[in-house]
Design a protein around this ligand. Structure first.
Ligand code: AMP
Length: 291
């Protein structure tokens, strides 16, 4: 595995792959790898000849009161895990490499960011689309793999790719969970043992909503009310949102249908966690999707 920190070297390397007719897969990450990340890399490995994984904790997608400074980092551990999975190139640019002095161009998707996390994290998705567009230009991938755990991010990226005619296949991959149901996340490392227990309320909420729907409940307010009650019965929880929305537009639904999206953001102690499922499908893994 090669490690590259220069955009120019990365771009030249990918140009050479393209000239020799090799396909390129990209998995963008912020590092501190867990098995959810590794699963995306394994998928990327299967789907492309050359797999590039980027590690960049993007300051632009964190709000001023968010955890940019304390975001967990472990570059040595990440390098060893990526090597074991068979990653071909690890791209680890510095902040100055991505945002050199004078940088002033951004990309902003307009509509699907007006819901869910976009409301509480106003500049977050603009930060995401800008950095992902840069990573796409630097690595010139044929395909890029993203997790469905960050469902809105996957939706926003898919929209950007479509709207800007980027010739890149976006592959969405199911959420990998711990054996007790907690969605894997680098931020789980912030949780105390007591908070870790409370955090199970997210997956329990998905299962509860799914169960209510299967028993015939289609009123979103009723399902949301029960889910909120369940979350608040766990210690140290604070609800940011519980929404049932259309899985493409992310607009609230009036009637819950099979495959409506249930999306949650909950603070457990100081740690903000998100999770989601397609209703009627909570216990199934959403199949690998071409978003
Ligand atoms: P992050 O490093 O948190 O920015 O995540 C990098 C990529 O991994 C994103 O596409 C995430 O959606 C994806 N990801 C994070 N957690 C999981 C998980 N538990 N299962 C599957 N994919 C995940």
């Amino acid at each position: 595995m090669e490690t590259i920190d220069s955009s120019e070297v990365m771009q030249k390397t990918c140009e050479a792959f393209r000239l020799s007719r090799q396909t390129i897969g990209l998995v963008p990450t912020m590092g501190f790898f867990h098995d959810g990340h590794l699963q995306l890399m394994e998928a990327g490995k299967r789907l492309a000849d050359q797999l590039v994984v980027s590690i960049f904790v993007n300051p632009f997608q964190f709000g001023p009161a968010e955890d940019y400074e304390m975001y967990p980092r472990d570059i040595e551990g990440d390098m060893s895990k990526a090597k074991d999975v068979g990653v071909d190139i690890l791209f680890c640019p510095s902040t100055e490499e991505i945002y050199p002095s004078g940088f002033q161009t951004t990309i902003a998707v307009q509509e699907v960011i007006k819901h869910l996390c976009g409301l509480s994290r106003p500049s977050h998705f603009e930060g995401v689309t800008t950095v992902v567009a840069k990573l796409f230009n630097i690595t010139m991938p044929h395909l890029a793999v993203f997790g469905q755990k960050d469902y809105q991010q996957l939706t926003v990226i898919s929209r950007m790719v479509k709207d800007l005619n980027m010739d890149i296949k976006i592959v969405g991959f199911p959420t990998l969970r711990e054996s007790d149901g907690l969605a894997m996340s680098s931020r789980n490392s912030y949780l105390s043992p007591e908070e870790r227990e409370s955090a199970l309320c997210l997956k329990k909420s998905l299962d509860l909503a799914d169960d209510l729907f299967r028993k015939g409940e289609q009123n979103p307010d009723k399902i949301i009310g029960e889910v909120e009650q369940l979350i608040l019965s766990h210690v140290s929880t604070e609800i940011e949102y519980v929404k049932i929305c259309h899985s493409a537009s992310l607009e609230d639904v009036e009637t819950v249908e099979e495959k409506s999206l249930l999306a949650l953001a909950v603070k457990v102690g100081k740690t903000r966690l998100i999770d989601n499922c397609l209703i009627g499908k909570a216990s199934e893994n959403i199949p690998e999707s071409d978003s």
